[in-house]
Design a protein around this ligand. Structure first.
Ligand code: NAD
Length: 504
């Protein structure tokens, strides 16, 4: 943290107003230059509590707003997001570092979640049964919970918040969002656009901050549900603390995704797909592929040769420069951490085939750049196999059979995503049927579900019962109420019945 005061401040958005709050603040850097460009306020407990108070005050009127009117706000937001795409992508790239086309891809995925939220009148219809007994009808409806909160990571500052709050508010809840303090500007700008789209003040509030703000959300009894996306240690803290405080919690954590390449795979296509999945967004994606598991040495040699050729063609530089494939890592601390993993891999005996550590980008020497790194002969006991690196580091593990590959994946602590490259339908079906991972691709390296499905890993990649967005989000952000109602004819008279009511 520095004490620079001349930098523009990023404020909270509470009750539809830009708000100060909290005595602490933190620099927000441009990762391509290494320069601090803004300071973000870090909310203290009273500021966060104020956001909750406003969200709670906005709840009764918003809950009573017809779903069709809520849907129209979402439809208008979609239009505004499309109109402001260039501005939003510039904000994403200036604070995250990813290349502009990648920022646009993230924004588009976010917009699709807004579009799905605009189907809320259909999604909230409920279930109805007539004549479950004499003159008795029964139905289930899905009611909002109240104030919900979201805590989001740095790597998708536009998309991940859009996984959460649009569906939450479309379901009639109000929301307090705590974006990543490392790149908060695009998240905040989208919330401003939501106001412009017609979201009433207080329905969506944004507080910037760190653990102090998050812990306030976790402990405040007025917050009914928490959605979290971030690293696994924090996800566990959020899940256990939130549950202990009586909240509904979904906490999505880290990942270490394996891609299996079978001997019969189309190697050229597999290599192209692996390049994007390993190095896109500098490897800072929870669905990135940091491990390729080649079945058979001939497959491994062919894939390794293809990757080496393709890596040599990669262009690394500022995300705003047209034609770049990969931008910088998000912070200096993260750059140092990823480099330390590369050192560790060498010390542990893996073969570093491509070394990106010496990369320097002319004119951007202060940026957090790391060239693509490629390891061969990675073994399951190594740290670079076990731990999430979250950088442009791809490792190859060599195995002899599909079953050996699957056993490795199943034994891994994380279970977010995986994929298989093959032309063999039987192998693909066996893999998708049995692998212990939540999201699986067949000849698709990044099997990120579209907005009408839900997103969630298994094992230590998700804590909670329901996944993010899609149909699971409708269930997460609502509670079922079942009503049984009798309207007998006015002439009907019934005596007391002491046996348990049934249809016999
Ligand atoms: P992070 O866990 O450091 O931070 C996530 C959020 O938690 C931020 O808003 C941060 O302010 C807050 N936070 C950090 N430390 C905290 C603490 N001690 N107590 C309370 N709150 C705290 O994650 P990150 O570095 O921003 O994001 C990268 C991680 O997110 C990776 O592990 C990646 O795999 C994961 N991720 C997972 C998914 C998924 O869907 N499973 C998606 C995107 C990112």
């Amino acid at each position: 943290m520095t004490t620079a005061t001349a930098l523009p401040h990023i404020a909270h958005l509470i009750n539809g107003q830009s708000a100060q709050g909290g005595t602490r603040s933190q620099d927000v850097f441009n990762p391509a230059t290494g320069q601090a460009q803004k300071r973000v306020l870090l909310a203290d407990k009273p500021t966060t509590a104020q956001a909750i108070t406003n969200a709670q005050a906005a709840f009764p009127a918003w809950r009573a707003t017809p779903p069709l009117k809520r849907a129209r706000v979402m439809s208008q937001l979609k239009v505004l997001l499309e109109q402001h795409a260039e501005e939003l992508c510039a904000l994403i790239t200036s604070e995250h570092g990813k290349v502009l086309p990648d920022a646009l891809g993230e924004l588009q995925r976010g917009i699709e979640n807004v579009e799905y939220a605009s189907y809320c009148p259909e999604l909230l219809k409920g279930e109805h049964s007539k004549n479950v007994g004499p003159a008795i009808d029964s139905w289930s409806e899905f009611q909002p919970l109240g104030v919900c909160a979201g805590i989001t990571p740095f790597n998708f500052p536009a998309m991940v918040p859009l996984w959460m709050w649009p569906m939450a508010v479309a379901c009639g809840n109000t929301f307090v969002l705590k974006p990543s303090e490392r790149d908060p500007s695009s998240t905040l700008r989208i919330a401003e656009l939501a106001l412009e789209a017609g979201l009433p003040p207080g329905v969506l509030n944004v507080v910037h901050g760190d653990k102090e703000a998050v812990d306030t959300l976790l402990l405040d009894a007025r917050v009914k549900a928490i959605s979290f996306v971030g690293s696994t240690p924090v996800a566990e803290h959020i899940y256990s603390t939130g549950c202990a405080n009586g909240k509904r919690v979904q906490a999505l954590g880290g990942a270490k995704n394996h891609a299996v390449v079978m001997p019969d795979a189309d190697v050229t296509n597999a290599v192209s797909a692996l390049m994007g999945a390993a190095f896109g967004s500098c490897g800072e994606r929870c669905m990135a592929i940091p491990l390729v598991v080649a079945v058979g040495d001939a497959t491994a040699d062919a894939v390794m040769a293809g990757l080496t050729v393709e890596i040599a063609k990669m262009k690394v530089g500022p995300g705003t420069t047209p034609g770049m494939d990969m931008g910088p890592l998000v912070t200096k601390a993260h750059l140092d951490k990823v480099k330390a993993y590369v050192d560790q891999g060498i010390n542990d005996g893996a073969t570093l085939v491509v070394d990106g550590r010496a990369l320097s980008v002319a004119g951007f020497e202060g940026g957090y750049f790391l060239g693509p790194c490629l390891f061969d002969h990675v073994k399951p006991g190594m740290k670079i196999y076990q731990e999430e690196i979250f950088g442009p580091v791809l490792g190859m593990v060599r195995v002899q059979t599909l079953q050996e590959a699957m056993d490795l994946i199943d034994a891994h602590a994380y279970g977010n995503g995986t994929c298989i490259f093959t032309r063999d339908g039987e192998a693909a079906r066996y893999f998708t049927d049995n692998i212990q991972v939540g999201m699986v691709g067949v000849n698709v390296a990044l099997p990120v579900p579209v907005a009408c499905h839900s997103f969630g890993g298994w094992k230590r990649s998700l804590f909670g019962d329901l996944s993010a967005y899609g149909p699971d989000a409708v269930r997460f952000y609502t509670q079922r109420k079942t009503i049984t109602q009798r309207w007998s004819a006015s002439s009907a008279r019934e005596g007391a019945v002491f046996s348990f009511p049934s249809s016999r």
